[in-house]
Ligand binder design. Structure first.
Ligand code: PLP
Length: 478
């Protein structure tokens, strides 16, 4: 696409929106301006390509297409079939999977589809068969009761939230923690690393139906070969949620023991994080689970989002290009440069560094909570998010950590030198911020003190760092 075409496309789209509700058009334009100006270090975010974004803004959004390719519950789905089949084909080829289900609307949906597919595969339940054959909304209370009883308190072993696991890996308040009798494995308190012997021991004691690997905030590779051996030793189905690092798998940075598709029975992912696609989810599996996975709708999902599946096809096609492997490697190189820069300046990092796309700073070393650090950085033009660290004394709200990641800045083109400069800015803010007090003078976990002149100066330096790397350079909204 020529640079001019991108500008024309986005400008025209905004003009049309402005004709109906100008405030929405203004908000869309303001979002681009904000994203252009901020040093985005949110590990789960990225910038999708103009082609991916544009593939979503069209009449595919109007179409219902429940069912699967060639077998729909609605007429007139031939064009949806085309994009769904293309997205699935690109996914299979990219990841070397025999089956890809590209309908999940998000990562959470993809995980729910996988859980139900595993239950249907492993547990004989007439109530579940009945539920699969009907819309979930049609089930009576008695149906649900029979289903829960028949499924019989099945067990899930996943990584704990404070060690870096995700809500959907069995955290109590999430549906996964309600569907399953859940136990979690953590990390070694001394090293911050997964202790595979401990995981094996927990698996032997607990005998889970599902062993889940994958994370939102673990800065290291996971050895999926060992995890599969553990699953096999207790007869568990091994599931990997690669939502965060799918781009590193796609770009062949994670290969061999670290490629989940080679070792797991079933792999779920989002498409919008390091994979750089539209917001959405996806499930990959072998032939044994394919039929069950394809029943995601109606068991868990309603109609798929054809416009998002079109954008998934575009983004997955992009990820199959040779330059995506280079991008994926640069994500990790940048994360390591950022980690090295922080360590040299005295920061404490969970596990002492990184070998993926994210870095977890333990900000208690600066005398701060995650919440104070997150806000002080935001005041200084640096967008991050607070995150628990293992055995976090400040809980999941205030936390003691800041999670930073490099997929987005790498998309913009920043490299090792800019990562070192970023480390300097982060260290400057954190070392000059002090905890504040509440109205009663008592120490506060939320309030902080940062000289506005420091915040302003860092904000200016952060903006200067971005100037040579414009975001969506071809898009001029006028
Ligand atoms: N799985 C993991 C490991 C994640 O980190 C996330 C999102 O943060 C999800 C699943 C959920 O993805 P979504 O927000 O698309 O539902």
């Amino acid at each position: 696409m020529s640079r001019n075409a991108e500008s024309t496309a986005f400008r025209s789209a905004l003009e049309v929106v402005r004709g109906v509700e100008p405030r929405v058009a203004d908000a869309i334009a303001a979002e681009l301006a904000d994203q252009r100006e901020s040093l985005k270090l949110i590990a789960s975010e990225n910038y999708a390509s103009p082609a991916t974004l544009l593939a979503m803004g069209n009449w595919f959004s109007d179409k219902y297409a429940e069912g699967t390719v060639g077998r729909r519950f609605y007429a007139g789905c031939q064009n949806v079939d085309t994009v769904e089949a293309l997205a699935a084909e690109h996914a299979r080829e990219l990841f070397g999977a025999s089956h890809a289900y590209v309908q999940p609307h998000s990562g959470i949906d993809a995980n729910l589809v996988a859980f139900w597919a595993i239950l249907a595969d492993r547990v004989e339940s007439p109530a579940l068969r009945k539920a699969q054959a009907r819309q979930v909304n049609d089930l009576t209370e008695a149906d649900w009761f029979a289903l829960r009883r028949e499924l019989g308190n099945q067990r899930m072993l996943g990584m704990s939230l404070d060690a870096g696991g995700h809500l959907t890996h069995g955290f109590r308040p999430n549906i996964s923690g309600k569907m399953f009798d859940q136990r979690s494995y953590g990390t070694d308190p001394a090293t911050g690393l997964i202790d595979y012997d401990r995981v094996a021991e927990a698996a032997r004691e607990f005998k889970p139906l599902i062993l889940v690997a994958g994370y939102s905030a673990y800065p290291r590779k996971v050895n999926f070969r060992i995890m599969r051996e553990i699953a096999d030793s207790v007869g568990a189905t091994f599931m990997v949620d690669m939502a965060h690092f799918a781009g590193l798998v796609a770009g062949k940075v994670f290969t061999g023991d670290f490629d989940p598709v080679l070792h797991a029975h079933i792999v779920t992912t989002t498409t919008h994080k390091s994979l750089r696609g539209p917001r959405g989810g996806m499930v990959l599996c072998g032939p044994e689970l394919a039929d069950q996975v394809d029943r995601g709708c109606p068991m868990v999902l309603g109609g798929p989002l054809p416009h998002v599946m079109a954008a998934k096809a575009v983004a997955l096609a992009e990820a199959r290009r040779p330059d995506f492997a280079d991008y994926a490697q640069r994500i990790v190189d940048n994360a390591q440069a950022l980690a090295d820069g922080l360590l040299r300046r005295g920061a404490t990092l969970v596990t002492g560094g990184t070998d993926n796309h994210l870095v977890l700073i333990d900000v208690s070393g600066y005398g701060l909570t995650g919440r104070q650090a997150e806000q002080a950085l935001l005041d200084s033009g640096i967008v991050t998010n607070r995150n628990s660290v293992p055995q976090d004394p400040n809980g999941a709200w205030y936390t003691s950590g800041i999670r930073i990641g490099t997929p987005a800045l790498t998309t913009r083109g920043l490299g090792a030198a800019e990562m070192d400069a970023t480390a300097e800015l982060i260290h400057t803010v954190l070392s000059q911020t002090t905890p504040g007090t509440g109205p009663d003078g008592a120490p506060s976990k939320a309030k902080y003190v940062l000289d506005p002149a420091v915040a302003e100066s860092v904000g200016k330096q952060a903006a200067d760092l971005l100037t040579p790397f414009p975001l969506y350079p071809a898009v001029d909204l006028g």
